[in-house]
Design a protein around this ligand. Structure first.
Ligand code: ASP
Length: 344
């Protein structure tokens, strides 16, 4: 994919110059730091193979969007990852519904699908929405029919392992669904399995892309859409500044516009670690419903924000200590620790 936009001249040559080129906090004009010499990809912790493939493809001069989407396709197609794509945990009716979005920095374009059934690789459908429609987002049956029109196969995405886990949940219902009884509305209920993959890529030409894809919250109310397909929440890419993806409680990321906030923080001069920490602090501040608070008055859920700046610097941050993220900067992919707000 070719950029239709002319790129601004870079201000610095090396990484040091790039760091210096990042604007002061009040400078609203985005200044492009120099991109790194080699491609970089970062991802949620389930993305070791994804980042590896993304960097391999970017090294072969593949477009950054194609590279990150090819990367997450590995996890979408893997039945063992029960939080993404094929084999993901279903909604409360036992039907797998998937969410995904992608953004291509150079063309400032985005594509998204939400609540799509029967299609194994929702990120590919999001990419088709970006490339082959005049829209950004398709949902439900419309998204499914659009995928079929493009030759994708309808398949049953519910694996036996996911069905058994769902059945166990179903048999133990009562206080574990989203239909809150008056008592639950006050006291909350047990956390359920979550998971997602987000993958960001940057090449030496300074071109950025990102993708986020998930089966969403396990046993959700049919039709529930999380942050993963929402541009600005589960993903945001600004080719002048950087990119951010999110995993964790989608409702909190939607309400805070989490990824967009992190990219704007970097635009105003924060490094990626400071940018994600500030994004998380805002989520904590906006969590006031007692149902969502633990005994210390802190969120009883997790959110992880992943940031990749235009100069190749990166960080990820979680509300609580102990999370990691995947990185590939040219060698093998590795896991690095996230910065965090609270030890516990
Ligand atoms: N963010 C996803 C959602 O809310 C779930 C997750 O990442 O765990 O659908």
């Amino acid at each position: 994919m070719k950029s239709a936009l002319s790129r601004r001249r870079f201000l610095g040559a090396g990484a040091a110059a790039a760091a210096a080129a990042v604007p002061a906090a009040s400078n609203l004009e985005a200044i492009e730091p120099a991109p790194p010499a080699k491609p970089v990809s970062i991802s949620s912790a389930n993305g070791l193979a994804a980042t590896n493939r993304a960097v391999k493809l970017m090294n072969a001069k593949e477009d950054t969007l194609e590279a990150v989407i090819s990367g997450v396709n590995i996890v979408e197609a893997d039945p063992k990852d029960m939080s993404v794509g094929y084999g993901g945990l279903p909604n409360e009716d036992g039907v797998v519904e998937l969410d995904s979005c992608c953004m291509h920095g150079p063309s400032c374009n985005a594509g998204s699908v939400a609540s799509i059934r029967d299609i194994k690789l929702p990120s590919r459908v999001a990419q088709l929405v970006l490339k082959r429609t005049d829209h950004v987002m398709l949902v439900g049956d419309g998204a499914r029919r659009f995928a079929l029109a493009h030759g994708m196969k309808a398949e049953n995405l519910l694996t036996d392992a996911a069905r058994r886990q769902w059945l166990k949940w179903k048999e133990n219902l009562s206080d574990k669904d989203d239909w809150l009884s008056p008592k639950e509305a006050e006291t909350g209920h047990e956390a359920r399995p979550t998971g997602t993959i987000t993958c960001l890529g940057l090449n030496p030409a300074g071109e950025l892309s990102g993708v986020t894809t998930t089966s969403g919250l396990a046993y959700k109310i049919p039709g529930r859409i999380g942050d993963s397909p929402i541009i600005g929440a589960g993903l945001y890419v600004d080719n002048d500044v950087g990119a951010c993806g999110a995993t964790g409680r989608g409702e909190a990321v939607i309400i805070s516009c989490g990824s967009r906030i992190v990219v704007e923080n970097m635009r105003h001069g924060m490094d990626p670690a400071a940018a994600v920490k500030d994004g998380l602090k805002r989520i904590v501040k906006q969590t006031v419903d007692p149902r969502l608070l633990d005994k210390k008055g802190r969120p009883d859920f997790e959110v992880v924000l992943y940031a990749l700046r235009k100069d190749g610097r990166h960080a990820a941050g979680s509300i609580y200590k102990g999370r990691q993220y995947a990185v590939n900067e040219g060698g093998g992919s590795k896991l690095l620790d996230c910065v965090h707000l609270f030890d516990r």
